[in-house]
Design a protein around this ligand. Sequence first.
Ligand SMILES: [Zn+2]
Length: 97
Amino acid sequence: MTATKARIFAPYYELRKKALTCPECGWQGLGVDLNVSEVFERSCIIEYVCPKCSFDIAFTQGPTTQESRANWDQVSEADRLMVLTLEEAERGVTPEA
Ligand SMILES: [Zn+2]
């Protein structure tokens, strides 16, 4: 990977709303329009590429359940289910203080 054009990092929900320009082909759009190229489950890193030329544009870290709650109106149906499941799991392992 050549590092001449730095990739953008932004928190998950911030990135989705971000106006972006592909440094490679000039595509313009929002973060939510990018294609996911890779998801690293262990580090929760999600990599995004340009939908037009597949250039590595940006990466983010998967949202925490707190971040999802704070941006609930942007959370898709499937992701909401995931958040609820995660919250349940969190409640299961973390005793209420
Ligand atoms: Zn591009």
